[in-house]
Design a protein around this ligand. Structure first.
Ligand SMILES: [Zn+2]
Ligand SMILES: [Zn+2]
Length: 120
């Protein structure tokens, strides 16, 4: 299963089993994506590899690192020191995003009022 950024400079593959798919409504996801919320695939770090290009790093918090294409800005991945065994990958950057649907929600306290909760 592969994905990449809008311009094509960064490409990746997921070979590991996707542990969870969640909608994150935190304010950092919202601001860094420009979207109401971000849907993440949570994948074991060993099951995620870059095939081409290297994304830029944004330290978005003390423990959080976000990776995005430096040419086109597409958010690709996020890591957090609190769960080092996993990498979060943006569902929207997958080549076939419709293969997955969210099974849960993070940071519902900052979910926008008009955003419906995904049915699991
Ligand atoms: Zn790009
Ligand atoms: Zn978030």
């Amino acid at each position: 299963m592969e994905g990449g950024c809008f311009c094509g400079n960064v490409r990746y593959e997921i070979t590991g089993k996707v542990a969870r798919v969640v909608n994150c409504h935190c304010t950092m996801c919202r601001r860094t994506s420009g979207a109401p919320f971000v849907t993440w695939l949570i994948v074991p770090v060993g099951g995620f590899q870059y095939l081409q290009g290297q994304p830029s790093l944004l330290k978005s918090s003390e423990k959080g690192s976000r990776y995005f294409c430096s040419s086109c800005g597409t958010p690709i991945a996020c890591t957090n020191l609190d769960h080092k065994a996993y990498v979060d990958v943006t569902l929207g950057s997958l080549d076939d995003p419709d293969n997955f649907a969210p099974d849960g929600e993070f940071y519902e306290d900052t979910r926008l009022g008009w955003v419906e909760k995904a049915e699991g």
